[in-house]
Design a binder for this molecule. Structure first.
Ligand SMILES: [Zn+2]
Length: 158
């Protein structure tokens, strides 16, 4: 029986019993796969797998794959971008903005611009949530007065 290595825990396992979400990718079980998805390696793989499929079949060559992998690693290691965030940024570019993927270019058509855009949007959203949280809190304080409590009871559906 041929043996394969679990991509996550590196355990040697029987190929027949391995969990394989796709070709040449093996895990002990779904749990190892789930954990791997949270790691840098797993998130980079998800990014590359997604980007890879954006290219037309004639461009799906090993040199294209190596190029986008190198680029992704560069943005991660040098610019400090998170793989998960990059994945979201590419999806945002393609699925939300509905931009066409240009076969002649790599990740440069999305990064760094859209990573930064998305990061800014995320931070604005977070700030907005914090703001809403604090205004709700101050409203609660106002409502402490007995008058407000009575009125609140009147509004209750109980
Ligand atoms: Zn494993």
């Amino acid at each position: 029986m041929s043996k394969v290595k679990c991509r996550h825990c590196k355990e040697k396992i029987d190929k027949e019993n391995a969990f394989s979400p796709r070709e040449k990718l093996y895990f002990c079980d779904q749990e190892c796969y789930r954990r791997w998805r949270q790691t840098d390696d797993g998130q980079l793989d998800a990014l590359l797998d997604y980007v890879w499929k954006l290219y037309s079949p004639s461009k799906q060559t090993s040199s294209t794959y190596i190029m986008i992998k190198k680029q992704a690693e560069h943005y991660h290691n040098v610019e400090g971008f998170k793989y998960k965030g990059m994945f979201l940024a590419v999806r945002y570019y393609v699925e939300v903005l509905e931009r066409l993927w240009c076969d002649d270019y790599g990740l440069g058509q999305v990064f760094p611009t859209y990573y930064i855009t998305l990061q800014r949007m995320y931070e604005e959203q977070k700030a907005l949530k914090e703001k809403l949280k604090s205004t709700t809190k101050s409203k609660d304080k106002v409502a402490i007065g007995s008058h407000n409590i009575i009125r609140r009871k009147g509004l209750s559906l109980e």
